[in-house]
Design a protein around this ligand. Structure first.
Ligand code: SAM
Length: 205
């Protein structure tokens, strides 16, 4: 393979480092263990930097609800989709929908749905202001779920772009397929941020 082909196939030349301007802790945060911890400090900054409306947020990969509760601080409604059965990369593989629902009952703007993302995306036609993808960290699933999310949201964020090369590859390919702008925040295992600048520009007019 020539150098030019290698560069074309392996890099997105304009992958931008995400630089938060203001780190701010949300008012409500769950006191539980999560690899997502730390990212709550940049969510409001992302909303502000990209001028995201604060109506609707969807999350794929709730687990015990850490990130879900963070989003509930900022959006009118948060839909959290998960099998609640864990996956090959999670430590917990016990079913825990009822238990997690009870934990999140204090947050009335959160709606939890026990579903595989595959079943959810064929029925939902809504648009969201923010989508979060944090499911099993394989290429195929991240690409399929993430492409749907990017096509239905102003901004889509992906956890684990630093710790799982398959996630990073999927996010880069979704950026290529959609023409959206890709940022990466390297802290806390990495957060890929895809922004639909065209749709946001239209909304601002
Ligand atoms: C890394 S955990 C999510 C962590 C969570 N965002 C947090 O803040 O701690 C991944 C979750 O994705 C869920 N998951 C994996 N594959 C899925 C699929 N195909 N559809 C729906 N949920 C899935 C698992 O059940 C697991 O709860």
């Amino acid at each position: 393979m020539g150098l030019r082909t290698y560069i074309r196939e392996n890099f997105i030349l304009d992958i931008k480092p995400y630089k938060p301007k203001n780190l701010r802790k949300p008012e409500r945060v769950l006191d539980i263990v999560s690899a997502w911890k730390g990212l709550e400090m940049i969510i409001e900054d992302i909303i502000e930097q990209f001028h995201l409306p604060r109506k609707r947020c969807i999350e794929f990969g709730v687990e015990f609800g850490y990130s879900t509760v963070v989003f509930s601080n900022y959006f009118g409604s948060v839909t959290g989709v998960d099998t609640f059965e864990g996956d090959e990369h999670t430590v917990n593989k016990n079913e825990h929908f009822e238990e997690t629902s009870r934990r999140l009952v204090a947050y009335p703007n959160i709606r939890l749905v026990k579903s595989d993302y595959k079943d959810w995306i064929v029925t939902d036609q809504q648009r969201y202001n923010l989508a979060h993808v944090d499911i099993v960290h394989n290429y195929k699933e991240t690409y399929e779920c993430g492409l749907w999310a990017a096509q239905h949201s102003d901004c889509t964020i992906f956890h684990d772009t630093e710790s799982f090369p398959a996630v990073r590859e999927a996010v880069k390919d979704i950026a290529k397929a959609t023409g959206q702008t890709l940022y990466n925040y390297p802290e806390h295992y990495g957060l890929g941020i895809l922004v639909d600048t065209k749709s946001l520009r239209k909304k601002a007019r």
